[in-house]
Design a protein around this ligand. Structure first.
Ligand code: AMP
Ligand code: MG
Length: 484
């Protein structure tokens, strides 16, 4: 049966300043590593068909369907705070859009499919490592209900990719509500191209916030919605100890999905200023700095909307400024509720903030695992002898914590809240690394285990103990590299 996908392309109908139309490079001998059955179903794609050789050719870019209109999107951005006037999909191509079962429109993109006019010095390719990292972490994020781009497939291309060594080439098929970034708005704003800026904003509103279309101040409403979505997103990252690693404005999605899984990783032992990225020497994108960078990125977005707002510029600046100034408080409330739930409290009581911060301080000073310590509070509720820490500081914390929830809730309720707000499985960096190393020698054992754990992140699968423990000193991966 031949491959049929109902592409319904709207981005490729925008003016040609928005992209370069270009075909993927041919791959030598493509092989499927993973195809996402659940996502195929959600997108109305025929899983079995995609596993056929024609399907694999499609997912590797060898076969371009007639109704697909491949293009590389252009954007700009601030990278580590430095302005770069032109970036763009240097190793990715949008094949088209599909309408999912829930009637939501999704972009289907190939990542690692060869050079484009925006590749600069790069080869437009990806190797197995970053493709697997993105697949595992993005699907994990989705399953713990964090908005994210998805991964439909990971393919080995049969070609070599040259980095510091030779590696097997790979292609990820990325699926997203949208690939429009703060950097896409910045691209037109910096060129003083207000006409294109308006086309871009209207296009986004039409597809994502159709209820805003008729509103008088729709661009300001767009801003507010994106700010709220980004606050929600970053708070969710903090809740699970996720460090994005490259929160540049070109990696900040207007659809508020986590995008660009380069040097990202989850914290093992809690350290508030933890950084994984090999290039983030100043800690700009450290764990604790993520909420501040969110403000910085939203301020960049605000500037780009100024030319679209009607009325006096000074007044508009004031209004946008006010919205930006409201971010810290909104974020704090979200954080407080999220972390209250992590310690088993469904509501915010006056004591919660101090209690949460004291717990985080204990994790940091005693070098304890972020995920397992929060999840381990279930045992502390049940008063088992397996104390996570024997220090007096912890015992005194535990006393105060118990006093509080005894007054407010019951044990079962507290345990339920802890269980549903702290995943048992976390897609740890050392596991990602182990899976990549195994795949390089054609082994899939840990990959298969991880895929099962990803499906059920809030439970522990029997006999998979090793998937749930923090890394030993030898296993720990201290640095991650940008995903090229
Ligand atoms: P990133 O750090 O992944 O957000 O990428 C920053 C910019 O570099 C984007 O414009 C990418 O498209 C481009 N880029 C990254 N890796 C490659 C590559 N291997 N070949 C061409 N362009 C790349
Ligand atoms: Mg990027």
């Amino acid at each position: 049966m031949s491959i049929k996908i109902n592409f319904d392309n709207s981005f490729s109908n925008l003016p040609n300043k928005f992209y370069s139309k270009i075909f993927p490079e041919k791959t030598k001998n493509p092989h499927l590593i993973i195809l996402n059955k659940n996502l195929c179903d959600e997108l109305n794609l025929d899983y079995k068909n995609l596993t056929s050789s024609e399907g694999v050719n499609f997912l590797s870019g060898n076969l371009v369907l007639k109704n697909s209109d491949p293009l590389a999107m252009v954007y700009a951005g601030h990278q580590f705070g430095n302005w770069v006037p032109q970036l763009g999909d240097g190793r990715a191509l949008l094949l088209g859009e599909v309408l999912a079962k829930n009637n939501v429109r999704y972009d289907i993109q190939l990542k690692g499919s060869g050079r484009t006019p925006y590749s600069r010095g790069g080869d437009g390719k990806a190797w197995l490592g970053p493709v697997i990292r993105e697949y595992l972490v993005s699907e994990y994020m989705n399953n713990i209900n964090i908005p994210t781009t998805r991964s439909l497939s990971a393919i080995l291309t049969g070609d070599n990719v040259y980095r510091e060594k030779t590696y097997p080439g790979a292609i990820l098929c990325r699926v997203a509500r949208s690939h429009i970034r703060v950097g896409t708005f910045q691209y037109f704003y910096s060129r003083e191209d207000t006409k294109s800026l308006k086309i871009l904003a209207d296009y986004f509103i039409k597809n994502h916030f159709p209820n805003l279309e008729k509103k008088e101040n729709k661009y300001f409403e767009l801003f507010k919605n994106v700010v709220d979505g980004q606050i929600d997103l970053v708070a969710k990252w903090m809740k699970v100890g996720f460090i994005h690693g490259v929160m540049n404005t070109d990696n900040t999605s207007i659809s508020c999905e986590t995008i660009d899984y380069g040097p990202c990783a989850f914290i093992d032992n809690y350290k508030s200023d933890k950084v994984f990225s090999s290039i983030d020497s100043m800690g700009r994108y450290s764990y604790k700095n993520q909420p501040n960078i969110l403000i910085w990125n939203m301020a960049c977005f605000a500037s780009t909307l100024l030319p679209l707002l009607e009325g006096k510029k000074e007044k508009n600046i004031d209004i946008l400024q006010k919205e930006i100034s409201s971010i810290p408080e909104k974020y704090k409330n979200k954080w407080l509720l999220d972390f209250s739930k992590k310690i088993g409290l469904k509501k915010i009581y006056p004591e919660n903030e101090v209690l949460i911060n004291r717990f985080l301080e204990i994790l940091e000073s005693e070098n304890l695992d972020f995920t397992n310590s929060f999840r381990g509070l279930i045992k502390e509720v049940e008063n088992s002898n397996e104390l996570m820490s024997k220090t007096d500081t912890f015992k005194s914390w535990k006393n105060d914590w118990k006093k509080l929830f005894k007054n407010k809730s019951n044990k079962e309720e507290v345990c339920k809240t802890i269980t549903s707000n702290n995943p048992a499985f976390i897609m740890r960096n050392h596991l990602v690394e182990q899976i990549i190393q195994e795949l390089l020698i054609d082994k899939k054992d840990t990959l298969n285990k991880a895929l099962l754990c990803i499906e059920k992140p809030f439970e522990k699968i029997k006999n998979y103990e090793k998937m749930y423990v923090s890394p030993t000193k030898e296993q720990e991966v201290l640095k991650t590299f940008c995903g090229t």
